[in-house]
Design a protein around this ligand. Structure first.
Ligand code: KG4
Ligand code: ZN
Length: 343
């Protein structure tokens, strides 16, 4: 079965073809048109601008993905599209494209939750996770701990339950906002990570909610601390800036790792998953790996190539929905910009 996945929820127009044979998933193509250069001019995503960019490139991206997979449209068996959460007008570009395609070709259509897509990217490794699993999803808009349960009839992941989430800023947002204060370009996560390599985490920044007995997060205080630090020391040299970047990264990673470890110890999943754009962060990947007990829960991280938004993760989640008979229809499919997974 070959599934075409379409993602336009934020600032990446991405289309992929994933081939699924029982438990074996293979990405045949994944073509992404990034809008980073456009949004760098404004230091962040302007929804209207993002939607216009998606509309301009969605069809060429779609054609390129099918061609790169060595296929034609008639070879595709199903369509999957991000229907939410995300920017309304950006989501509409992908959803309307998929509805039109489904109408014209008769192909089945699967409306995918963007966070479910990030989770599904953990199945794009050689070895696949066992369920139930505890997942940490960390992106520009979300920081969530989720519980994934199995459909015993086909052993695929079927249901998701929200364990905890951020009360304010997401982890990616904390990276992006701290980077902006440091004068680094959008998106700030990779910029902070690069600068942090040259510094030491010696600046005392808060670890919000780390020691509270719940699985909630809060990152907005971190950005405020960075703001006050820079207000009091406005002329930092390169080394001091690198130390601040390293301190921001360490504070965010310690909270994420600490809370995930606590949830894993309490809930005892078979596996732990890490996904979302911030999962590209090398320190988060290695610190979480080192923190989990060696003979306890095996960690599955989405492959580097599929951590930030992409069509392959949407096609993969669409395949799980196909297995679980969770189909949509082009006549009724609508965007859901505030679609919350696991509630
Ligand atoms: O999942 P994603 O591509 O888009 C959303 O769904 O939001 O995540 C984007 C986020 C941005 O906040 C970006 O700064 C962050 O992921 N990010 C990183 C790294 N690469 C991307 N954060 C920390 N370290 C990285 N290496
Ligand atoms: Zn995302």
């Amino acid at each position: 079965m070959k599934i075409l996945g379409i993602e336009t929820s934020c600032d990446d127009t991405s289309v992929a073809v994933v081939k699924a044979e029982k438990k074996k998933l293979q990405v045949l193509s994944c073509v992404t048109a990034s809008q980073i250069l456009v949004h760098q001019k404004t230091g962040g995503v302007v929804p209207e601008v993002a939607a216009r960019e998606h509309a301009a490139v969605i069809i060429p991206t779609l054609i390129a993905a099918i061609k790169k997979a060595g296929l034609e449209l008639k070879d595709i068996d199903a369509l999957a599209v991000t229907a939410g959460p995300g920017l309304a007008t950006a989501l509409m570009v992908g959803v309307e494209t998929s509805r039109t395609l489904s109408f014209a070709t008769g192909l089945p259509l699967f409306a995918v939750n963007h966070i479910a897509g990030h989770l599904a990217s953990c199945w794009l490794n050689e070895k696949i996770p066992s369920l139930p699993a505890l997942a940490l999803v960390v992106s520009g808009g979300h920081t969530e701990l989720l519980w994934l349960s199995e459909n015993p009839s086909n052993h695929s992941w079927k249901t998701t339950k929200l364990i905890g989430k951020t009360r304010d800023d997401a982890a990616g947002e904390a990276f992006d906002k701290s980077a902006k204060l440091l004068g680094l370009p959008y998106p700030g996560g990779p910029q902070i990570a690069r600068l942090a390599e040259k510094g030491q985490p010696i600046i005392d920044l808060p670890r919000p909610m780390l020691n509270e007995e719940n699985f909630e997060f809060s990152f907005s205080g971190l950005k405020t601390s960075v703001m006050y630090y820079l207000r009091d020391k406005p002329r930092l040299d390169f080394q001091a800036r690198a130390n601040l970047a390293a301190s921001v990264q360490t504070a965010i990673v310690q909270v994420l790792v600490g809370k995930t470890l606590k949830a894993a110890e309490k809930l005892k999943p078979k596996n732990v998953l890490l996904a979302g754009g911030v999962a590209a962060n090398e320190k988060l990947r290695s610190d979480l790996q080192n923190a989990l007990p060696k003979n306890g829960f095996e960690l599955f991280i989405s492959p580097q190539a599929y951590t930030t938004d992409n069509g392959a993760m949407i096609a993969t989640a669409g395949y799980f929905q196909f297995l679980n008979h969770q189909k949509s229809h082009w006549q009724t499919l609508k965007i859901n910009p505030i679609w919350e997974l696991g509630r």
